[in-house]
Structure formats: structure tokens, C-alpha cells
Ligand binder design. Sequence first.
Ligand SMILES: Cc1ncc(COP(=O)(O)O)c(C=O)c1O
Length: 435
Amino acid sequence: MSKQTDFRYNTGATKVPWAAVGENYNEADLMEIIAFLMQGEGKAYEKAINAVWKQVKKLAEVATPPGKLSLGSQVEAAEEACNAYLGTDSSTFVTNATAGFEIAYKYANLKEGDEVIVPAITFVATMAYPLAVGAKLVFADVDPRTINMDPADVARKITDKTKMIVPVHIGGYPVDLDPIMELARKHDILVLEDAAHAFGAMYKGKKIGTIGDFAAFSFHEVKNITSFGEGGIATTNIEGFGPEMKRARFFGTDFSAPIKDWLYNVTPIQGKYGPFVALNSSTTEIQGLGLKLQVARNEEIIEERRRAAAYLNSRFAGCDAIIPQDLGNEDIKPTFHLYLLQIDPEKAGGDVQTLKKKLEEKSVTNIPHFGPLYRFKVVSDMGYDAEEIAKSCPVCEEVFYKRFTHLPLYGLTDEQLEYMADAVLEAVAEMQAGK
Ligand SMILES: Cc1ncc(COP(=O)(O)O)c(C=O)c1O
């Protein structure tokens, strides 16, 4: 495959050049950016930042600005870093994971009447596109141990209208993908992995996000690593679709060859059942640089998170009312994006709603962020009957209302981790004592 270049900027040695970027960032802007990324106050901070300001002014006298701010060499370098890390060749850096999902859904030519199986517990981003185009969402119940999609329930809910299955690796814990891939192959269904939390997770020796037909990772600011607050990497296993995904990032434009008469080479993208028109999910060079830098630290970050999870497990080991986070094994390596805290309501003397309240009172942030999507207003207002769906997802109802919450794992001091473990144990002890 020839390397794609952006012909629009190769205008040659002209007397009246056209600048590839509009207004550049100057030294004053750069200082604001540094002060934003490295905040502080007090005398020592003022002294240090003034010293930087002096140096930045000197630097500005000899420096030149970048010739490109969007979809250039930094974006490519980030994609290459992701390819090397994941062992794929299709990484495409898009505005966010949701934009990556959109390309996959469009490849499936999703339309009204088609069915998409999503897990009952996830974030709204997983299913926003099918909901928006009027495809039917079918909610698979979850595995009580991981709260991930249960392959056995997926099998029960496949029909001849099912176009896609969307496993979500919640909290970075890999979904059991083998049975899902087997079902998908048997019924000719596309699999889109929502790997928003799972950059670096492994399933049976393979990186998560390289097993389904499509996947997208999120680099939104709350994820394990970020690209300046927003970003996503989309991948595909569809033969020949890697370069097409790059075109799908920008309206279906082919930048690989000069165009004739400035009539852009924009064509529809070939989906599974027919062509589709792509939109714009381009990313900036600064985001590319930011992602490349953080990908290099990903393994260390996962290890630090794993250590925090192992510490919490060791603290909870003596309490049989607490079901600890599964730390994985040879086959399953999570990213520890979140700590899945579960309780046995009978042994704990109450359910997780009480525990969540107690944790809040003890100033511990728990993150009850992922819940039964069929109970979201956006879903019921689009004509779904939450009570009917709930009947087909009994495990989801049980774990969400009675058993689980998520705890943070990263950026905590040893004291904070210890405080959080103490608070959980105290809260459960209070519940057991009927307080
Ligand atoms: C499970 C899940 N899927 C998808 C997304 C969407 O990611 P993005 O914000 O990059 O579109 C999120 C974001 O929080 C998520 O939690």
C-alpha cells in the first residue's frame, strides 16, 4: 500500500504560497498552554514559571511553527505506536471511541429494522448510533462475576435480523470473546468490540481490540491514558478495510494521489451490504503527540493499577461479604481501569445502594457509572419498554441494584488507598451490625 500523503499542502515552490495552517500559536499562547498543563501557585511556582517564560521568549526568536496541525506526521506516529503495541496494522486515530463505533456501524449499513445486541450494562456511547438510526437494540444479560455481556444470553437473543454484536470490556476486564466470535461466524454477524476501557488488555494471548471485526478504544480524559482529553483508536480485522477506515475518517477522501482540477477524490465507502457516506472524525497533531507519549507508558500504568487492585483485594480478603475484583490469569489480563467492588447482600446485611450511601458519607468516591441502559430516558423515549426488557435481563437488575459499584484505582496515594479500603470494610461492618 502506498503511504497516504495529503496532496492539498504539496503546493510546491510558489511565489504566493498558501499556508497549510491559519494563525499559528505564538510564545504567549505557548506559555498559557504550559501554565494550563502545569498549574500551581505560590512563590516557588511564580519563580519557576517566570524562568520558563524567559526561555520561551528566547526560543521563539529561533523557532518555526509546525506546518500542519491536523492529520499529519504526529497522528501517523501515534497510529504506528498503537499498531506496534496492539500488533495490528489498521489503527486509525479518530476524535473519540464513539466516532470509531460509527464507522463500524456504518460498515454494517445499519438501518431501521436491523438488530444490534449490546450488553445490558454499559455507557450510552456503545449504542448511540444504532439508537439514532432506528435500528433495534437487543440487550444481552450480563455475567454476574464480571458484569460483562453473557455469551449464553447473546446466543438466546440472536435472530435473523441481528447485524452486530457489541461486547463491551467493562472496566477493562475482557469479555469472553471466543463463544461470541463463534456465534458471530456461525450466523454471519459483525462483532464490534467496545474497548473504550481496555487498551492493553489481553484475551488468550491476543490484545483486546484485535479480535472482533472492529474495535475502538477511548482516550477521553478519564481513561487510563489520554490524548489531551479526547481521542479514540479504531481498528479492524476486515480484509482490506484498514486503509478504508482512514478514508472514512474524512468523508471518504483519498489523499494518496494528487487530484485533477481540484475535484476532490471523495467516494462512498464500501460497507458489508452496500456503500455508505462517511463524516469527519479527524484528530489534531497535538492529540497525536499526546497519544504517542502516553502509549509508551501504558504498561507501567496498567501495572500500577494492578498493584492498587491487588492491595484492595488483600484488604478485603478477610471479609466474606465482599466479592473482590478478579485480577485475571494467564488468559485474561485486564487494564484495571476501574475496581469492580461487589458484595453478597445476604452476608453484608444490605445491598449496594446502602453501601454506596455509606461510602459517600465517608468521603469515598464510588463510581456508579454503568447501569441498565434500557432504563435510560433516551432509550425509553424512543419506544423501548424498560420493564419488559428488565424481565429478560434478571442478572443485570440484580447486580446493578444490589451488588456492584466501581472504585477508582489510579492517582491515589497509599494513604488514600488505605483510607478507601478501611471505609469499605467499616461500611460493610456497619451494615452487618444493622447500623
Ligand atoms: C464503555 C464505554 N464505551 C464508550 C465510551 C465512549 O468513549 P468516547 O468518549 O471516547 O467516545 C465510553 C466513555 O466513557 C465508555 O465508558
